[in-house]
Design a binder for this molecule. Structure first.
Ligand SMILES: C[S@@+](CC[C@H](N)C(=O)[O-])C[C@H]1O[C@@H](n2cnc3c(N)ncnc32)[C@H](O)[C@@H]1O
Length: 280
């Protein structure tokens, strides 16, 4: 179904009509909704499942230095630190995200959170084996972000990224519906070919990607990501706050009706080995 058909006008104002629900045709901040209204900590498409996929592709090993750029409340950073025994540095420019990330992590020796802009970090060049970017590049200037990642990676180091990806070029109306129904992040989404070109433009090489269907979290996935106590709290919020229930139902309906327009994709790209740029 073409999402444009979901855009309606009432009394001179635009709305998105999906299922039995009517949403204002305004950009929606999904990360804040997930964090503050729903109370969950995985703030990117695919949640723990996509982070597992990403880590598999990155082959993170004990002792490696890993940077999580735009870490949010640090769910993926903690997951990497706990499951790989790598040294993790995690940065976000929102002090509230970092406060919550530190609070949730407790005194863990192999993880450090810092308030920092991902485009202008004060971290030393050539200092990370792996970099993770999940649902952040859509919100930032892409080439400067990827150039900064390239600067921070050691030669031969790998960037792994999870970003929302258009499956076909959107019209202005399609983008408006997506941003109102799912997340304003779609303003900055690209086609997979464009994401890879942008990675190459920043000096990274061998960009590749795999697409996955964008889907709503099931209660079982939330249970695996958040544990029993937090899942019970999430469920309580869903059942007692109609506006949360409405938003989730509208999203879920949208995922079913318009899957051919968007996905999330996992990208990897490598920093060339030192001197490789001079080789024929
Ligand atoms: C959708 S959330 C994703 C958080 C986390 N990567 C995750 O997957 O759970 C986007 C995050 O990017 C951060 N962010 C956006 N632009 C940034 C920038 N220029 N510098 C640092 N953080 C940024 C936001 O504060 C937010 O925490």
């Amino acid at each position: 179904m073409n999402p444009e058909h979901l855009l309606i006008e009432q009394s001179g104002q635009e709305f998105v009509k999906i299922g039995g629900y009517i949403l204002p045709a305004e950009d929606f901040n999904l990360a804040r909704f997930l964090r503050d209204d729903l109370g969950v900590s995985w703030l990117h498409a695919g949640g723990i499942i996509s982070t597992r996929q990403l880590l598999k592709e990155l082959d993170v090993r004990p002792g490696m230095r890993v940077l999580d750029m735009g870490c949010g409340v640090g769910s993926a950073s903690r997951f990497v630190a706990a499951n790989t025994k790598a040294e993790v540095v995690a940065i976000d420019f929102d002090p509230e995200m970092i406060r919550r990330a530190r609070e949730a992590s407790g005194p863990r020796s192999n993880i450090r959170f810092e308030v920092m802009d991902v485009v202008r970090t004060t971290l030393p060049s050539n200092s990370f084996d792996r970099i993770i970017i999940q649902s952040v590049a859509c919100f930032t200037d892409k080439v400067p972000l990827f150039r900064e990642a390239a600067r921070l990676l050691k030669p031969g180091g790998i960037l792994g990224m999870n970003e929302v990806t258009w499956l076909q070029p959107p019209t202005e109306k399609v983008a408006k519906v997506m941003c109102a129904t799912i997340c304003e992040t779609f303003r900055g989404a690209l086609l997979a070919s464009e994401w890879k070109e942008t990675l190459h433009e920043a000096g990274l090489v061998e960009a590749s990607h795999t697409e996955y269907p964008f889907d709503a979290s099931t209660p079982y996935q939330i249970l695996r990501e958040e544990g029993v106590v937090k899942t019970a709290k999430v469920m309580w919020r869903v059942f007692t706050r109609p506006e949360i229930n409405m938003r989730l139902s509208a999203m879920s309906d949208f995922f079913k009706k318009c899957p051919e327009y968007f996905s999330y994709a996992i990208y990897t790209a490598r920093k060339p080995e030192a001197g490789a740029e001079n080789q024929e």
